[in-house]
Design a binder for this molecule. Structure first.
Ligand SMILES: [Zn+2]
Length: 251
């Protein structure tokens, strides 16, 4: 029997991934500001998360790296934090004591969990991740653009149980609408390469407020565009759109 694998989206790109007894939190976000709104509820406070064995962070943007909320809620600073060097420096500065800096194709281990950074591309330095434990393999796409090298993940890591991908194609208005996150079509194309048992979109409900949406960001907030694109490109693959707080067991 394979190791139980369950994922529960907390909000946005913040996911609680349980692989057997290991509990991993990704891209923590537990607050909001005048220009950053999750656009959906948060399924848990920091205190409500229960035991966490590792925190995995793709890049330093506030909506993925809300270390201040962890610290102010009394999160145990001895819990390992894994991310690229940019995130590692921040985490150390905030007082985290067990920080692992990994860049693309480098790995760290926490107990029976192996975390490998995979390439990412975004407005700032970013990595994505492959998490492996007990024969289970998960791809976590943060809010990266589609990087061609990601297509090699199945060759390198074998069968993917779960792929979590951003889909809002975020464009930054003051930067000539430069795209910084993969869009629904690009996420579907990557999904077709990864061929996961289940694909779950995230990073789509987020908005910048009424004014911010006019001045700062342009996004696709409808994850059904991704589900439809996968159905067109790779109709055999399963996609599930998940509200925050709904645990999903991967067979
Ligand atoms: Zn970002």
């Amino acid at each position: 029997m394979s190791t139980p694998l369950t994922v529960t989206r907390i909000t946005h790109a913040c996911q609680l991934i349980e692989i057997g007894a290991i509990r991993v939190l990704t891209d923590p976000w537990f607050s909001q500001t005048a220009t950053y709104y999750p656009g959906e509820r948060s399924a848990s406070s920091v205190a409500g998360l229960g035991r966490i064995d590792a925190v995995v962070i793709s890049h330093e943007h506030y909506d993925h790296c809300d270390l201040d909320s962890l610290v102010s809620a009394g999160f145990d600073l001895a819990i390992p934090v894994i991310g690229p060097g940019t995130v590692a420096s921040l985490a150390k500065a905030k007082g985290f004591g067990n920080v692992h800096a990994i860049e693309a194709w480098e790995s760290a281990t926490v107990g029976d969990l192996t975390i490998t950074a995979t390439p990412g591309q975004h407005g700032v330095h970013e990595v994505t991740f492959v998490l492996q434990s007990g024969e289970r393999t998960i791809f976590f796409g943060g809010d990266s653009l589609r990087v061609p090298e990601l297509d090699t993940i199945p060759e390198r890591f074998g069968r993917i149980d779960l792929a979590i991908l951003p889909t809002n194609g975020l464009c930054v208005r003051p930067m000539n609408l430069e795209q910084t996150v993969m869009n629904a079509q690009q996420a579907a194309e990557l999904t077709a390469m990864l061929k996961p048992t289940l694909a779950i979109p995230h990073h789509y409900a987020f908005h910048s407020g009424r004014l911010g949406d006019q001045m700062i960001t342009k996004t696709d907030q409808d994850p059904r565009h991704y589900a439809d694109a996968v159905a067109r490109i790779a109709p055999d693959l399963a996609v599930r759109i998940v509200l925050p707080g709904t645990p999903v067991m991967i067979p």
